[in-house]
Design a protein around this ligand. Structure first.
Ligand SMILES: *Cc1c(COP(=O)(O)O)cnc(C)c1O
Length: 392
């Protein structure tokens, strides 16, 4: 079984590039040039330098001894929360901004929901002195004020998307519209392993550093360069794909994604895409998405804004369909409790997104000798208000 993208941009039956005619030149330019640019020695050297000295890589692989004792197994945490800006997302924005420079682009646009991708994008644009425009739903702008202030502090222009439900999908539409009107000078930085080919593959490659480092760190700590299990939360799926990437072809490694169940699978307030979704087209690719019988995208819900997305990336849809990875769902309540538990047991306050991955641990049975890695995708500072106000 092949888990990499094929020549046509597909993972099994999922993927492709379903885009308006006007975007063809941009997507074609990316598709024909991304691999050659990314793997050029000067690009690799610059990216490695920035990942080390600016982002703070390699991130530690930390043996969580109290959590391990609780579950009677061996649990390691991949500390993406220690990346600059507090989550994995900057691995991708560093890569894409360097790529945009090589393509001669002078402006960056991006969409953001909770604002995490917007902050990571505004950060690298400030670093490179490149103009940055972030599209964000008007509703989200009100919900996520601190991140909006951060983006502005970093010099980005935040444009409210005022159509539809005024959230992420509307921001994505407006960003697409901007790109169609400014194809020459602008690069669009998509924030997860979603969108038309080659985005899912390109973003996966920028996050693959997560599992690349894990292999080296596991070998050092356990004498074996692969774990028995990798756990990660899945919104669009970028941190999970980075954590899975170098283990995709090793069937001894169980890959497990945590989806946001929200208030319950049949509550109408959920974002558990593999359970509720069917095949369809979302943001330029064929994938699993939550939709009504007549194909309207269903508004997703999760307490965590980063998992509040009606689809998953096409590579994950393929991992699900082929059963290479398991996708399990976690309710708001389970995630919040797991977040509190990690805070109290290891002194690490995780992002609520990340807490979903931890909530799977008590649902499984492990052997004492098992080696488990949980990808700690981000820190929870941004979520303190939600944690504090939660009705426990
Ligand atoms: C954005 C975000 C996610 C969800 O995005 P993926 O593309 O699924 O990784 C998960 N964790 C954190 C901390 C995030 O900021």
């Amino acid at each position: 079984m092949n888990f990499q993208v094929n020549e046509q941009g597909y993972y099994g039956e999922f993927g492709g590039a379903f885009i308006p005619e006007m975007l063809h030149p941009n997507i074609e330019e990316l598709r024909t040039r991304y691999l050659e640019i990314i793997y050029a020695p000067d690009f690799q050297a610059e990216m490695k330098h920035l990942l080390r000295d600016y982002v703070g890589r390699p991130t530690p692989l930390y043996f969580a001894s109290r959590l391990s004792e609780l579950h009677n197994t061996q649990i390691y945490l991949k500390r993406e929360d220690l990346c600059h800006t507090g989550a994995h997302k900057i691995n991708n924005t560093v890569g894409q901004i360097l790529l945009a420079k090589k393509l001669g682009k002078q402006k960056i646009i991006a969409e953001t929901g909770a604002g995490q991708h917007g902050v990571a994008t505004a950060t690298v644009c400030a670093l490179m002195g490149i103009e940055c425009i972030i599209y964000m739903g008007e509703h989200d702008i009100h919900r996520q004020k601190p991140n909006v202030e951060r983006m502005k502090m970093l010099g980005a222009t935040v444009v409210p998307a005022t159509s539809g439900s005024k959230t992420l999908k509307d921001a994505t539409n407006e960003a697409m519209r901007h790109w169609i009107n400014h194809p020459q000078d602008t690069h669009y930085i998509i924030g997860s392993v979603v969108g038309p080919h080659p985005y899912p593959d390109m973003v996966a490659r920028f996050h693959a550093i997560i599992s690349e480092e894990m292999k080296v760190q596991l070998l050092e700590k356990t004498g074996r360069d692969y774990p028995d299990y990798v756990f990660a939360c899945v919104g669009g799926g970028s941190n999970a794909m980075g954590a899975f990437y170098h283990f995709l072809d090793n069937p001894e490694v169980q890959l497990i994604g945590a989806e946001a169940e929200g208030l319950g699978i049949s509550s109408g307030k959920s974002a558990a895409t593999t359970q509720l979704g069917r095949s369809g087209i979302l943001h330029g690719s064929k994938t699993l998405l939550m939709q009504t019988d007549d194909g309207q995208v269903v508004e997703p819900y999760s307490i965590s804004a980063g998992l509040d997305y009606p689809g998953i990336g096409p590579a994950h849809a393929h991992l699900f369909a082929s059963k290479r990875a398991q996708f399990l769902s976690v309710t708001d309540d389970e995630a919040m409790r797991a977040g509190l538990l990690l805070s109290r047991m290891e002194g690490i306050i995780p992002a609520i997104e990340t807490a979903h991955a931890f909530a799977l641990l008590p649902k499984m049975t492990f052997k004492p000798s098992d080696v488990i890695v949980v990808n700690l995708s981000g820190r929870g500072d941004k979520d303190l208000d939600t944690y504090i106000k939660y009705e426990w």
